[in-house]
Design a protein around this ligand. Structure first.
Ligand SMILES: [Zn+2]
Ligand SMILES: [Zn+2]
Length: 312
């Protein structure tokens, strides 16, 4: 059954019934991503990379099962509520050193795979060595990634380090008591961890039916944003939608002529198993189209830090 709703209409019906936040589900978040990556990989120009990220997502799922890091204390919650700030704010968070064990576990998982491309194996092993020899350097890389200081990020090791940080924050986000969330948090960033969204998804079914959610690049949470609104600058007047002619269904770029940025928007109605991070990686052609049209990406993909380095 399909319903066609005029743009944004559903949101205006009743605000109170739309869940503001969708927290990640521990058991399925990374398994779903791995499955989607494997579904997208066959005959794709980036097939090798998509399959590598699927293997990484498997490792993330395993690691998340055992990751129970300390959450925010009551002081931090109070402070977040007083200032309307994300309670799990990633930048400046005092990470439990256990996150490096998550990274070690991920690298172990990857190194143990029989089908890993030699170049990836080399990177994983070198990173494992560095983790032992110079943990401070790994912490510095993590800081650069969380602050999105691209100039300080090592693109080759970034997906692995980011994957461990995602496990860490996804655990925190899954365990968070939603009632402790500040009533208002800044526009454009995750209300839980303050990171930028990778893309957005229009859901089907349940209370979120036909509603659009932004997908956190770090903690896997999703938060509601009324459709036809710029996810970067909140403009609602100069929004346009772009798709590749004859390209895959259920994916568009939502552009804003006020701030000249775009983010992709995926429609579950067309592709039920869509995953913001996986489907974003698999649709770089749309990024090229948007670049040619003069728009810049509002934020990057957490598993890809340098487009030029990716080869199939
Ligand atoms: Zn988040
Ligand atoms: Zn804008």
């Amino acid at each position: 059954m399909q319903r066609i709703l005029p743009r944004g209409e559903i949101e205006s019906l009743d605000h109170t019934t739309i869940p503001r936040l969708r927290q990640p589900v521990r058991a399925s978040v990374f398994a779903d991503r791995a499955a989607r990556l494997r579904q997208l990989a066959p005959n794709h120009p980036l097939s090798t990379y998509l399959l590598l990220m699927a293997d990484l997502a498997d490792g993330q799922g395993k690691a998340l099962k055992h990751s129970h890091m300390p959450g925010p204390g009551s002081e931090r919650i109070d402070l977040a509520q007083a200032h309307g700030m994300p309670p799990l704010q990633a930048t400046g968070w005092e990470r439990d050193p256990g996150w490096r064990d998550l990274l070690a576990g991920l690298l172990e998982h990857m190194s143990g795979l029989t089908n890993l491309p030699p170049q990836a194996l080399e990177i994983a092993q070198a990173l494992k060595q560095r983790l032992n020899d110079d943990p401070a350097a790994i912490e510095a890389q993590a800081d650069a990634l969380l602050a999105e200081r691209e100039e300080d990020v090592d693109a080759a090791t970034a997906p692995f380090i980011m994957a461990a940080l995602q496990v860490y924050w996804t655990g925190l986000a899954a365990d968070f008591q939603e009632s402790a969330l500040p009533v208002v948090t800044p526009h454009g960033v995750c209300p839980l961890c303050g990171s930028l969204p990778v893309a957005s998804i229009v859901h089907v079914g349940g209370q979120a039916d036909a509603c659009r959610y932004l997908c956190c690049s770090l903690c896997s949470a999703e938060w509601h944003l009324v459709r036809v609104t710029c996810s970067h600058c909140e403009n609602t007047k100069q929004i346009a939608y772009h798709a590749i002619e004859g390209g895959p269904e259920g994916i568009k770029a939502e552009s804003c002529d006020h701030c000249h940025t775009y983010r992709k928007i995926f429609y579950q109605e067309k592709v039920l198993g869509v995953d913001a991070i996986a489907d974003d990686l698999a649709s770089l052609t749309l990024d090229m189209l948007m670049g040619d049209a003069g728009y810049s990406r509002a934020s990057g993909n957490p598993l890809l830090w340098q487009h030029a380095q990716v080869e199939s």
